[in-house]
Each structure stands twice: as structure tokens, then as C-alpha cells.
Write a new protein. Structure first.
Length: 492
């Protein structure tokens, strides 16, 4: 159910900035490290055990090895485009992994000129033991775009160091005006004893990769909506922004999870920020949307703003004990439950497993469809990909089903997009003989695989042989119909 929680906004300014924001775009050259505790639990990562109800660390994996980001392009028919990058693959090195932490990638987007924007994290340089936020840009053909980045060092990368704290970059998008928005969270001291709590961190860049000074403070907003509830209870809650979306009024809606108490279960939480980064008190109830199904953990993982400004959140909910189901929440443009979608605005889906969740979501350009992808896990079965297709334009049939790529091994989808013909592309991984491969599947809006794509609707590529980290975390389609995917792979 939706519940009301008192909250106060906190935008870092002035002297408080020394605690929060040490260095902006281009400051810090590094790579991910230990992870900020994402919430009340942990979660697996790119390949193996997908979730267990919590959240992947900001890096793509753990262990003694280093990793790169691999970007690959397919032709419209699902064949590998070997004209892209170097022989069909571009390897992007965010930094040198150490202490069990590697580069990560969470999202891939293309801009109006088909340049490719990557969103991830990397391990800090030198003796630092934290992670920095990274936005990188490639040309349309897969070369590093060295015009992108800070004014001092436009080398293809924009790096954000939040006062040597672990930054949990999640998703990002490119606005119609070319500006780049990133979302995520960082654990920061609250000033109450030794307590630290996750705060929402939004960052906006100009098209050239420099900080957009018209947003927040030098392009960054840190926000702690659940501060102390009273003088007798000074401890804070926590909030995260897994994803953000842009409404037509210029406001940014977030999704994620959090709680008003300093410990305990988490709820799906959503806030709206103005075009300049101020918390909007008109969103939801008193400025917040908090969804708690049954007093257990409920999480927002991604969202998309539909053409009519409704907001579709995807993630997981726990309607009963030991029963983590995939979740869709539809909101009206002002953050109220959309009762035309479901009586209370949300639906949960079980796929005959103890745990399932959606992580990727997208809409069709014509506004008639949305799609969500993720995984199911647990019990005696393998990890399997799942798919939901939701009519949002007034007609059509909802399709929700498991779509395993392999009958005998693990697979999952992380991301999804549409092409101009309303075909749906889902990207992730499949494990074959202990070796992860990047995978893209193409579906029609009736939920069937498109046999004209790849092999029976599925295209695979093995960038790093005999490796288990490889997965496609993001997918985007260029104007000529070519499909770009990206994700972490072991460095070989």
C-alpha cells in the first residue's frame, strides 16, 4: 500500500559541501572499490545469483581480476557488426581494478547524433579506497570521443568524486536538449554519532561533458529526504535513486528504495526534483511516494516516463513472507496511483520461483507500449530471464512471462529498448558451459521471439572466453537500426 512518511529535504550547500562534494567533472581518475552498503542487504551481480532481494554493488564484480567495459554493435538482422570499434568490439578501461573491485557499467544510451554514452563506476586512484561516478562517450562508430569531459582534460570521460566517498552510480539518460542526467546514491555521514546513510545523488552534465552549473551545486544535487523525525529520534533514514526520468514540466522523478527509520525493511520510494534540483513538495503525498506492500522489502529498480507523463516504475515487491515478486507501479503525472492500471496502481507477478524482479524498462516512441525485463531465481531451477509487455496507448494485450534463453543454465535480462517498428530488444547474458556470453533477444509486441533476428530471435557474442562476469547491462539503438550493447567483461 502507499503510505505517508514525513520527510525533509536536504540539499548540500556551502560549508556542508566539504563533507559531500570534493571534486567535480574530470577530478579523479580511478575505478570502483568496496561498495556503499546499498540498503538493508546485499545483492549479486552481473552474472550469477541475481538478487536475493537487495542490490548489486556499484562495481561489476569482485575478486582479484580487473575488468573492462565492452561495447558491441549488431546489425539490424542480429549479425555482429565487425565494422564497429576494433573488429566489432570497443574496450573501454575506466581504471585499474584492485582490492577486489572492478569497473562497472549500468546503462548505455545514444544521443541525437548516434554517439554512445556509457554510465558506470570506477575505482579511485592512488591510495583512495572509494568509487567514483563515470560518464564516458564514444563516437557513433565506437571510438573514444576525446572532445567529451572536463575543460581541463576532455579525454572522453567525465568523473565525479564525492569527497572520497563510495558513489553508487545507477542509470542515466540523455535529455532532448542534449544534457545528460545521472542517478544513484552515496553513503554519507549524517552528523549523528557514527551514523552514515545513503542519500540520493543526481548529476547533470552539459552535452560536452562539463558540469551543468544551472542544476544543484555545480551540477550535483545530494538529497536526504528522510532526515531526523524528531529531536528525540535524531537518527536518519535512507533513500536511493536507482533511476530518474524527465517529465514535460522539466521535473525529474526518481525511483529506488529507502526507509524513514534508521534500520529495518525498505520500501519503494519516489521523489520529484525541479529542473534546478529542488525537491518538489507537490509530488505524491507531501513530496514523496512510499510503497509498502506488507511490511517487507519493496524496491524500485528503474522507471520510464510515458508520453502522457505517467510514470511506470519496475522492481520487486514482497506481498508475503519469502515471496519476492516482480513489481510494476503506474503513477499519474502528479505521483498518485494510476487506478486505470490496477486498483491500487501496482501489480506483482510470480513466475513459479521464490524470487523475481524487473530491472530494465522502456517505452515505444509512439507511446503505445512499455516493456520490462529481469529475472526469476531460487528453488531448484536455473536463473531465467523474464519479460513484461504492457499496452500504454489504450489498446493491446498485456504479456508477462518467463523467457529462458537456456533450458539448462543461467540467463537473465538487464535492459530493454524499442526500435521504430515497436520491436522489443532485451539484453543480458546466458551461461554456456560455465562461460557467460552477452545476449540480445528481439520480441514482437505479442511476446514472441522474432525469427528474422539472429538465430531464432536471439543473438549472442562471447567477448571474454571462459569468463563469468560478461553481461550486457545496457542497450540502445542508433538511427540506422543498429543495436549497441555494453557491459563488464574480465580483462584478458
Amino acid at each position: 500500500m502507499l503510505k505517508t512518511v514525513k520527510h525533509r529535504s536536504f540539499l548540500v550547500r556551502g560549508a556542508a559541501l566539504a563533507l559531500t562534494l570534493a571534486c567535480m567533472t574530470g577530478c579523479g581518475d580511478d575505478e570502483p572499490t568496496p561498495t556503499p552498503t546499498p540498503d538493508a542487504g546485499t545483492q549479486a551481480d552481473a552474472g550469477t545469483t541475481p538478487d536475493s532481494g537487495t542490490n548489486p554493488p556499484p562495481d561489476a564484480g569482485t575478486g582479484p581480476l580487473d575488468s573492462d567495459i565492452a561495447v558491441v554493435r549488431f546489425n539490424e538482422d542480429g549479425t555482429h557488426d565487425t565494422t564497429f570499434g576494433a573488429g566489432g568490439v570497443t574496450h573501454v578501461d575506466f581504471g585499474t581494478g584492485r582490492d577486489g573491485t572492478r569497473d562497472s557499467l549500468w546503462d548505455v544510451r545514444v544521443d541525437a547524433t548516434d554517439r554512445i554514452v556509457l554510465f558506470g563506476n570506477k575505482r579511485a586512484d592512488g591510495t583512495r579506497a572509494d568509487t567514483d561516478r563515470v560518464v564516458a562517450r564514444l563516437t557513433a562508430t565506437g571510438a573514444l570521443d576525446t572532445t567529451f569531459g572536463s575543460a581541463q582534460t576532455p579525454n572522453g570521460f567525465s568523473v565525479l568524486n564525492l569527497s572520497n566517498l563510495n558513489d553508487g552510480m545507477r542509470y542515466g539518460f540523455i535529455q532532448p536538449d542534449g544534457k545528460i542526467m545521472t542517478s544513484g546514491y552515496t553513503s554519507m555521514p549524517t552528523g549523528v554519532g557514527a551514523q552514515a546513510a545513503n542519500r540520493i545523488v543526481l548529476q547533470r552534465l552539459n552535452d560536452d561533458g562539463k558540469a551543468d552549473d544551472t542544476f544543484g551545486w555545480k551540477g550535483v544535487v545530494t538529497s536526504a529526504p528522510f532526515q531526523a523525525q524528531s529531536e528525540s529520534n535524531p537518527e536518519w533514514g535512507m533513500a536511493e535513486a536507482y533511476a530518474a526520468g524527465l517529465q514535460s514540466n522539466g521535473g525529474y522523478v526518481t525511483t529506488g528504495y529507502g526507509r524513514s527509520a534508521s534500520s529495518g525493511t525498505v520500501d519503494l520510494v519516489s521523489f520529484r526534483y525541479t529542473a534546478t534540483g529542488a525537491l518538489d513538495p507537490t509530488w505524491g503525498t507531501g513530496g514523496a511516494v512510499v510503497l509498502d506492500l506488507a511490511g517487507d522489502n519493496d524496491r524500485g529498480r528503474n522507471l520510464v516516463v510515458l508520453n502522457d507523463d505517467r510514470v511506470l516504475h519496475v522492481g520487486s515487491g514482497t506481498p508475503s513472507a519469502q515471496n519476492i515478486q516482480a513489481l510494476l507501479l503506474m503513477q499519474t503525472p502528479d505521483g498518485q496511483p494510476d487506478t486505470t492500471f490496477a486498483p491500487e496502481g501496482y501489480k506483482t507477478y510470480g513466475f513459479e520461483r521464490p524470487e523475481q524482479a524487473f530491472f530494465g524498462v522502456a517505452k515505444s516512441a509512439d507511446g503505445n507500449w512499455a516493456a520490462a525485463v529481469g529475472y526469476r531465481a531460487g528453488g531448484s531451477g536455473n536463473v531465467d530471464a523474464i519479460l513484461a509487455i504492457i499496452p500504454t496507448g489504450g489498446t493491446g494485450t498485456e504479456v508477462v512471462k518467463a523467457t529462458p534463453i537456456s533450458a539448462t543454465a543461467d540467463d537473465r535480462f538487464w535492459s530493454v529498448t524499442f526500435d521504430t517498428q515497436n520491436r522489443i530488444y532485451a539484453a543480458g547474458f546466458v551461461n554456456e558451459g560455465g562461460d557467460n556470453q552477452m545476449v540480445v533477444a528481439r520480441f514482437t509486441t505479442d511476446g514472441n521471439l522474432d525469427p528474422t533476428f539472429g538465430t531464432s530471435g536471439i543473438a549472442k557474442i562471447n567477448v571474454a572466453t571462459a569468463a563469468t562476469e560478461e553481461t550486457a547491462r545496457g542497450i540502445a539503438i542508433q538511427t540506422d537500426g543498429k543495436i549497441v550493447i555494453g557491459g563488464p567483461v574480465e580483462k584478458q
